[in-house]
Design a binder for this molecule. Structure first.
Ligand SMILES: *Cc1c(COP(=O)(O)O)cnc(C)c1O
Length: 428
């Protein structure tokens, strides 16, 4: 037996059909691609592996096709100081990032690592493909780390103005290439570049929310919380850009109900965005399954104003069947908006009372919890999971010598597809 080769199938949420994961599937075969696929695991009861396995300790419920080195699982602990300031008796913090004292060593400092390890393990079954990832920061860093340590070919597409996000404590292997869109371009230009590259022979797009490995990897945050607490929490707090982590939390919750040992409640998902960048908030408040019409120029301006840049996703998987709207409806969820001032105060409060620096996005979730306490949406006894999606970067940088990954190619925004494909071919 190979403990890192999980038995699972995939299910279409439109037709209900179950089929095997015969390839790098993002959509059900022979169906209109209008829903998310969901993984169906053979083991309905979660058998935890040992802690040395890192994130693979949750391997029963991850679509794995091979083991990878260097992972760390999220850690959940019961808050004392922040909880007492807020008057809460059952506040549990799930920490993703770098905090060795608590036993968590995600050296790229965010929960994008849970996704990167799981996606790369699933990809292991299709050796030879070069993975294509577009990102403005945390995702790129997580994939670079995992692919470099495990010799998986990867091409990252990042806007030139964001390449400072590609800091590492170790040199990145030659199998990882960074290509950038010229200075002045934004995340959407990087996505367009990645779309051209992903169409080339031998290259595969990561797939975002449609990739079950991405979601199930992020769902380990809820597996960590529930197995540590012994019960499914009543409330789940997370800041969202795409909402993939919250969809994943809901799916993990459904699996935990089926397991039978942790209760049968659904966590109320309380997700939050950084004002004024609010596509999910606006649609939810309007009671709309569709995102409201958006002015792209205005969205770009708003994305420059917010501290938590990782939350500035303009095309979240909100309305798709099995997506964020369905998750919020099914869990009687809610969406909050948080200003820069509120999140900065929350980050400071977290650092003072819990003792670690957290990312602005995680501070958005913390501020959202504070808001829920103020308005009585949560009560002193409520069983709460606060997902700290990233943190410990300052601590990590104080412990390590940092170097940066440099781009192999920089493309002008008007580069032709032909220019791009010729130049990219020469890299591998
Ligand atoms: C990507 C990211 C988020 C948002 O996650 P989604 O579930 O994809 O919306 C939140 N916090 C941090 C630190 C992130 O990197």
């Amino acid at each position: 037996m190979n403990g890192f080769n999980t038995e699972y199938q995939l299910q279409s949420l439109s037709s209900g059909k179950i089929f095997s994961d015969s390839g790098w599937l993002l959509d059900a075969p022979n169906e209109t691609p209008n829903c998310l696929l969901r993984s169906v695991y053979k083991h309905k009861k979660l058998n935890l592996g040992n802690d040395e396995a890192g994130i693979f300790k949750f391997g029963d419920w991850l679509p794995l096709k091979g083991h990878l080195l260097g992972s760390s699982a999220p850690v959940t602990y019961k808050s004392e100081k922040l909880a007492s300031i807020l008057g809460l008796k059952n506040l549990w913090i799930t920490f993703n990032g770098y905090w060795p004292e608590k036993g968590v060593q995600m050296t790229t400092c965010s929960f994008k690592e849970t996704e990167a390890f799981t996606v790369c393990s699933r990809l292991n079954g299709y050796k030879g493909e070069i993975l294509v990832v577009a990102s403005a920061g945390n995702t790129a860093r997580a994939f670079a780390k995992v692919c470099s340590a495990n010799n998986i070919p990867l091409i990252l597409c990042v806007p030139y103005d964001y390449i400072d996000a590609l800091w590492f404590d170790k040199p990145i292997s030659e199998c990882v290439k960074l290509v950038a869109t010229a200075s002045g371009s934004d995340y959407f230009d990087a996505i367009s570049l990645s779309n051209v590259i992903a169409k080339m022979n031998g290259f595969s797009a990561e797939g975002g929310a449609k990739n079950v490995a991405r979601r199930d990897g992020m769902g380990t945050t809820v597996l960590s919380a529930t197995t540590t607490i012994g019960k499914i929490p009543e409330f789940y707090f997370q800041a969202v850009g795409s909402g993939t982590g919250a969809i994943a939390a809901w799916e993990a919750n459904l699996r935990l109900i089926a397991d039978g040992r942790f209760g049968n409640n659904k966590m109320k998902l309380i997700v939050s965005q950084n004002a004024p960048f609010l596509p999910i908030y606006d649609a939810w408040r309007a009671g709309s399954r569709q995102l409201l019409p958006m002015n792209d120029e205005e969205a770009r301006l708003h994305s420059h104003k917010i501290d938590a840049k990782v939350l500035s996703n303009r095309r979240p998987p909100y309305s798709i069947k099995g997506g964020l709207y369905d998750a919020l409806i099914d869990t009687n969820g809610d969406v909050h908006k948080i200003t820069n001032e509120e999140l900065r105060a929350a980050a400071q409060l977290f650092k003072t009372h819990e003792g670690i620096d957290i990312y602005s996005a995680a501070a958005v979730a913390t501020a959202s919890l504070i808001k829920s306490v103020e308005v009585g949406q949560v009560l002193p006894e409520s069983l709460i999971m606060l997902n700290i999606t990233g943190g410990g970067e300052q601590l990590f940088k104080s412990h390590n010598q940092i170097s940066y990954l440099k781009p192999s190619l920089v493309f002008n925004i008007d580069a032709s597809d032909m220019e791009i494909t010729e130049a990219v071919k020469s890299l591998f």
